[in-house]
Design a protein around this ligand. Structure first.
Ligand code: COA
Length: 215
């Protein structure tokens, strides 16, 4: 059982590594936490493939918050990559066989998603905090807590675990992209040591890039 640093108990919650077995729950938490986003518009099948792929990638990792009595069922999770460009390249090559069939089914049903998918493939080049000679930061890809369990410190535990793991991996900085309209999440990140870097546009929406310095 874990406690908040301010001493308020979060109750029966255990943190474990994010596993492929959590993928279905992670997909549903993602859809409820980010209702109007491109990834959610791809649907549960593709998100499940994504969350099955992330934990087995050498370039990604994450933590799951679970009830110790039901370890396969997710209360919340966080996922990250040590290199967003390498992760995207891996998904477009080594893992393409898992993604292609559900993606094709989705694009046949909703061809307009193709343009947004193309834009997503450019994402690693869009916010670019990495420059020549500067090591590329890790990136927090997603953090979601079950709506019924929010405000209990679970998100804080997940971010703290992620920052500690990044330090263990000698990562200098952790980026996160937040929709400019998601003021609650921005407040959450700032209270965990992230600072605003810049805005950029993705899918016609204003996004904010935040960065946490880890050294
Ligand atoms: C962001 C999120 C993971 C935080 O998880 P959590 O377990 O509620 O986090 P904690 O209990 O540790 O901390 C709560 C803090 O989050 C902030 N917060 C985050 N999102 C919020 C929202 N939509 N409304 C109000 N407050 C929010 C509050 O400022 C609160 O701070 P406080 O304790 O000082 O009041 C959770 O709100 C969530 O799943 N949101 C939907 C998905 C999302 O937006 N993810 C970020 C995408 S970039």
């Amino acid at each position: 059982m874990l406690d908040r640093q301010d001493g308020q108990p979060v109750g029966q919650v255990t943190l474990t590594a994010l596993l492929p077995a959590h993928a279905v729950d992670a997909a549903y938490l993602h859809m409820s936490g980010q209702p109007d986003t491109f990834l959610t518009s791809l649907g549960p099948e593709i998100l499940t493939v994504l969350y099955r792929s992330l934990p087995v990638s050498q370039h990604a990792f994450g933590f799951a918050a679970v009830d110790p009595g039901r370890p396969a069922s997710l209360i919340g999770f966080v996922s990250a990559t040590t290199s967003v460009g390498t992760l995207f390249a891996e998904m477009g090559t080594r893992q393409i066989r898992a993604f292609l069939p559900p993606l094709l089914r989705r694009f046949v049903r909703q061809p307009t998603l193709l343009a947004r998918a193309a834009q997503t493939s450019l994402y690693p080049f869009m916010h670019g905090t990495a420059g020549a000679g500067i090591p590329s930061p890790a990136e927090l890809l997603s953090i979601m807590v079950d709506p019924a369990q929010r405000g209990r410190g679970i998100g804080s535990l997940l971010v703290a675990a992620l920052q500690a793991e990044c330090r263990r991996r000698a990562v200098d900085a952790l980026d996160v992209t937040v929709d400019a309209a998601n003021i609650g999440a921005q407040r959450f990140y700032v209270s965990h040591g992230f600072a605003f870097v810049r805005t950029f546009t993705l899918y016609g929406r204003k996004m904010c890039l935040f960065q946490s310095q880890l050294r």
